[in-house]
Design a protein around this ligand. Sequence first.
Ligand code: 2P0
Length: 330
Amino acid sequence: MPILTGSAQAHTNIALMKYWGKENPEENIPSTSSLSLTLDRFYSLTEVSAGKEDTLTINNLQQDPARIHRFLDFLRQEVQDFPPLNVISKNTVPTAAGLASSASAFAALTGAVASYCGWDYSLTTLSRLARHGSGSATRSFYPDFAIWHKGEDDASSYAEHYDTPDLPIAMVICEVTGARKKVSSSDGMQRAMTSPHYQDWVNQSAQQLTAMQTALQAGDLATVGQIAEANALAMHDLNLTATDRRFTYFNQKTLALLDAVKKLRQEGFLAYATVDAGPNVKIITNQEQAPAIVDRMGELVRQVKYEIVGKGPGIVINKAKEVPLNEYDQ
Ligand code: 2P0
């Protein structure tokens, strides 16, 4: 007997303007709009088919399905009922090490369910739905740049493609450790919101977003990098100055990498840093300089894995297909 499978592939994204704080935690509505670059190298390829209960397998390992189960139940109530699903995912993103694995994971899962159920929704609708699984997933539906409009309610908080002239942007991922992060993004954001600097962050972020959009339209990658670095450091300042359980994602290597990026700039490189919910640093640069940056960073900070990434594609949602049971590899 054949079984019906739905599948989708979504690439991860790195925010140049961060999402860090929720105006409405129940609905995952953020306090700020954010803007990201979709990456070419890291993605989630997810397949779903009916099972006895919701299960999750990532890279051939069974995982706790609690979080995807909550999200699938949300979709069942919000959109349409569907049976319990076996979710099988291939994930090339270092999981939970601050490389935003939940972004590609929840975008691909939303796409796979849409494929399975035959939903013919727009990407903005799927982006809005994916927001309930993970905020950063809203941005993983689009190629190149995406902007997540914070909105003010469920209907208005979703991401869309952000069109720019063809920019030679590249990133150098400086991977310090593949270890799981200690403070989840949701918990980190909750703590960050207790910082006395929080309202300033929200106000400044709106101004930075406008300036970033101007720089992107002008193809001015130095200004894009400058704003992204300032925005990321302000985000991490919130964690350090939280009045409720202050913390940091930085470790010694993170600090060494940030220093090295500054040094590279003094040496004339186009190099600006951004850091997410983990110790890894991502250097914003252009395609031409990226290989020399890898070489120079390798001299300055050792025992770090350097990888060049570029602009990535939008989500691919496959048509559901019938697979003979004996070919179906679980
Ligand atoms: C971002 N991050 O804009 C920010 C910057 C990490 C640092 O979005 O609670 O896993 O699931 O909505 O999407 C990571 O947070 O958080 C994230 P939830 P998510 O990329």
